[in-house]
Design a protein around this ligand. Structure first.
Ligand SMILES: Nc1ncnc2c1ncn2[C@@H]1O[C@H](COP(=O)(O)OP(=O)(O)OP(=O)(O)O)[C@@H](O)[C@H]1O
Ligand SMILES: [Mg+2]
Length: 591
């Protein structure tokens, strides 16, 4: 697949998992053609991969070219005059539209992005002359500073074009909450245009150009949608990654960023990060000097660095966020409140308790307002009733926050223990020990001696040792074609046919041979502790094998099955007949 829009994630292969969410939203996008999809807000804690998903949805939709035109726009976190904002919003849309219609991704990164004449020329050149009327009207309103007309116009142009041309457009707007806080009516940026989002009352009901919005300030975003755009949006929460996806991400980032891990540390990282793609990425890419993620000690040091050092990406990201949030809340007690909830984060705390314990000099109503603002900023959570509150359930955030503020606050609270980083280190150590025990218990349960994550062991085997251990690996594997050799591979990883999401076309291993004459490999790894590989599974595998071979245009290519518990006789017969190689030899997992 071609990735027309440059994604912030970096190389496309660094986007991991999110299968369920992509399947959901791809269907939602596809359903626009039946006018079945309602505007939706993707809600998640900060840094949970919302932008990554939106950008990927853009690229898949662009690539599919199947009747829905993607538009992605991110509202910046910097003050902007409404005229300039409208111009940029509009030109981004027009260029993306032209790129899609002309199938030329170069228009997604135009040379002169703020030139109306230039885009008119391009529209004409690409046989999209019907756009010129729109462009001229916007240019006119911009030049004459008819600001209300301008915003009404640019906001409605996507759905107007869709209606007139009988087309469908998905409008993805990221950082939607900034629409109401970063745009100003005057060029001096004094007079906020704080009702911009409300303008979407009508447009958000469109079924031919519905909106998908998201944003990093989820509390503010929710509040804005409820207050200004009631009943216009459906809400779709985005959870942390599943454990499988978190593990996949650990191994992928380990391979890509050359930060080796073991099965044990991979497990620990996935657990400690609680499936947050941001934490996984930060740990694997940490700049901790002498980083070593192949043992528990090294992992603990990296976590401490990321949590407590100003050079840690986790700490610096969170502190930037918290500083802005506290600034907005603008109350000197806010830190104490958050810290108190952090310390008691295993339970809910009432307003009364906060008033008493923190000796707050304010009324209950005043406290309620402060707390509301903190909830909006997503640094504390509303509890089960309007009277209860709790800290966010994120063990790393909690430590970062305490690491920065506890000392400052303890200072004003004589008698309390002065903050000591050793305490956080001890807590990490305790969690790591507990998780380590859980890992060994799991391993013991399955009685695995080698390669708990067998598929990644085989990925490693092929990627780094396939060629050099050719003779050995061949001797461990049945039913190889004559003349076959394990060779050097350009890439080895899991495979999911991205455009086909939702139809379940994926395999555990796709190894692409470096030289054209060599065999690539499409493989499946069964790591079960009891069931042998069955004939039905072999049949299903061959079906997938044929499709992937065709989609990826692979030749010569070998089908390969590793099954830890072996194979039933009928499966073996079938694989011999169809030329699929197979093995149950655990030496395959010794890397
Ligand atoms: N599916 C994914 N695969 C791999 N890495 C991911 C994935 N999703 C997110 N990440 C990584 O996690 C981090 C946060 O991702 P992203 O910026 O998309 O989240 P967000 O929810 O939009 O954040 P914010 O709340 O700041 O807007 C980035 O470093 C990104 O590279
Ligand atoms: Mg984002």
């Amino acid at each position: 697949m071609e990735y027309a829009l440059k994604e912030r994630i970096g190389k496309p292969e660094l986007f991991i998992g999110r299968k369920e969410e992509l399947a959901f939203f791809l269907k939602w996008i596809d359903d626009i053609k039946q006018e079945k999809s309602k505007s939706t807000a993707m809600l998640a804690r900060r840094k949970n991969g919302k932008t990554a998903i939106m950008e990927r949805l853009f690229n898949i939709t662009f690539h599919k070219n199947d009747g829905v035109i993607p538009f992605y726009y991110e509202i910046k976190e910097s003050p902007m005059w409404v005229g300039d904002f409208c111009k940029e919003f509009f030109l981004t849309f027009i260029y993306q539209y032209i790129a899609f219609k002309s199938r030329n991704p170069e228009y997604l990164a135009p040379e002169e992005k703020d030139n109306f004449d230039k885009v008119i020329d391009i529209a004409k050149k690409e046989n999209l002359a019907y756009l010129t009327g729109f462009i001229e009207s916007v240019a006119h309103a911009y030049l004459h500073e008819n600001l209300d007309i301008l915003w009404n116009m640019v906001r409605d142009i996507p759905r107007t074009i869709a209606a007139r041309r009988g087309e469908f457009i998905v409008q993805m707007i990221d950082e939607f909450q900034f629409l109401n806080s970063m745009i100003y009516r005057d060029k001096g940026l004094k007079e906020p245009a704080d009702r911009m989002a409300g303008g979407y009352l009508g447009a958000a009901e469109s079924k031919i150009a519905p909106l998908l919005v998201s944003g990093s300030w989820v509390g503010w975003l929710m509040n804005l949608l409820i207050m200004m755009l009631p009943a216009r949006f459906k809400y779709r929460p985005l959870e942390n990654m599943s454990e499988d996806e978190a593990i996949e991400m650990v191994f992928k980032y380990s391979q890509f960023f050359e930060a080796p891990v073991t099965d044990e540390t991979a497990y620990l990282i996935a657990q400690l990060s609680e499936g947050s793609p941001f934490y996984i990425s930060a740990i694997l890419r940490s700049e901790y000097p002498g980083k070593n993620l192949t043992g528990v000690e090294g992992l603990a040091q990296t976590l401490e660095f990321e949590t407590l050092s100003d050079r840690g990406e986790i700490k610096s990201t969170w502190m930037e966020y918290v500083a802005t949030a506290l600034n907005r809340v603008n109350d000197k007690n806010a830190k104490n409140i958050v810290l108190y909830l952090c310390k008691n984060r295993d339970r809910e705390v009432t307003r009364k308790e906060l008033l008493d314990k923190l000796h707050l000099q304010m009324t209950d109503a005043e406290l309620e307002n402060r707390l509301k603002a903190l909830v909006k900023a997503d640094i504390i959570k509303q509890g089960s009733s309007n009277f209860d509150y709790r800290g966010v359930q994120d063990n790393i955030f909690d430590k970062v926050f305490r690491g920065v503020y506890q000392k400052e606050i303890d200072h004003f609270e004589p008698g309390e223990k002065i903050f000591d980083p050793e305490q956080i280190k001890e807590e990490y150590q305790k969690t790591l020990n507990e998780q380590k025990a859980a890992y060994y218990k799991l391993q013991g349960k399955y009685n695995y001696h080698k390669g708990y994550y067998a598929e990644y062991a085989i990925v490693d085997q092929l990627m780094y040792h396939g060629h050099e251990k050719n003779a050995l690996l061949k001797s461990l594997t049945h039913n190889l074609p004559p003349g076959f050799g394990f060779c050097e591979y350009r890439s080895v990883w899991k495979y999911t046919a991205v455009v086909e999401y939702g139809r379940g076309l994926s395999v555990d291993i796709l190894a692409r041979a470096k030289s054209p004459g060599d065999y690539s490999i499409i493989g499946e790894v069964k790591n079960r502790d009891t069931k042998k590989f069955s004939r039905e599974e072999a049949v299903a595998f061959l079906e997938k094998f044929e499709r992937i071979k065709e989609i990826e245009n692979l030749s010569p290519v070998l089908g390969f099955i590793f099954s830890r518990k072996g194979f039933v006789k009928e499966a073996e017969d079938y694989m011999i007949e169809k030329g699929i190689a197979y093995t149950d030899d655990e030496q395959w997992l010794e890397v």
